[in-house]
Write a protein that binds this ligand. Structure first.
Ligand code: 6PG
Length: 236
């Protein structure tokens, strides 16, 4: 059962079939992108929420016509339990048979500053080959942290104020570690942004973000020319 409330460039889908509806949205956007531009550029979100969604997608996306990036990454090696790349490998890459060339991994094992610069240069180069001022994703998946963070844009961290860089290393006191993350300029360039929010998330927090509470980083996701979809799991 779904109910869809469309509001300007934002749609809110509250659903009891979370993984199925989220996978459907990803497949729909991929088909639209490939039909319009011959490719699908998606950024994966990390954490645990996306696991059932990635498992659901499987082979339903034209991965050979896709470029997969990551909206953020922990500063750990790719085989580390905390790695977002490893989570994507376990739930998506292994099942969907995705070409190596379709995946652009943030190198969490590198020095954070160098890794961020390297990733940003990669995306800037790709953008230039397409005559774009900044790399434009067809879809960026995002999660919502309990403190209102998204990607690795945590409250009180320096990356929140970054208005020119596209990918930065961000020291996060809360986890006492560095993170690699897209900045708001990169995120807000996307054609479509989809927040994946399962029923473990506090409903008051969700409403505060939906009402634009600027103390919460997720509220600052406002695409320049795109659509934000919230897929919010309801209790069964
Ligand atoms: C990360 C994520 C982060 C995540 C939220 C929600 O690297 O952890 O990108 O932004 O989406 O923290 O995490 P859960 O899905 O595990 O609740």
């Amino acid at each position: 059962m779904r109910d869809l409330a469309r509001q300007m460039s934002r749609e809110i889908i509250r659903t009891k079939t979370f993984a199925r509806d989220a996978a459907r949205k990803i497949v729909d956007v991929s088909e639209e992108a490939v039909a319009a531009r011959g490719e699908f550029r998606i950024a994966l979100s990390g954490g645990n929420t996306p696991r059932p969604v990635y498992s659901e997608i499987g082979k339903r996306v034209p991965w050979e016509r896709s470029l997969i990036t990551f909206s953020d990454e922990r500063c750990v090696p790719p085989d580390h339990a905390e790695s977002n790349y490893r989570m994507a490998q376990e739930t998506l890459f292994r099942r969907a048979v995705i070409p190596e060339s379709s995946v652009s991994r943030m190198q969490g094992e590198m020095d954070p500053q160098l890794a961020a610069l390297d990733y940003e240069n990669k995306l800037n180069t790709l953008a230039m080959t397409r005559g774009e001022p900044i790399y434009r994703h067809d879809l960026i998946l995002l999660g919502l942290g309990d403190d209102g963070h998204t990607a690795s844009l945590f409250p009180g961290t320096s990356a929140l104020n970054e208005d020119t860089r596209h990918v930065v290393a961000n020291f996060v006191e809360k986890v006492d570690d560095w993170r690699l993350t897209f900045t708001f300029p990169m995120i807000n360039q996307a054609r479509h942004i989809c927040f994946l929010v399962n029923n473990s998330k506090d409903s008051d927090l969700i409403e505060r973000v939906l009402n634009g509470d600027e103390h919460l980083p997720a509220s600052r996701v406002k695409p320049v020319d795109g659509v934000v979809t919230w897929i919010i799991e309801e209790n069964a």
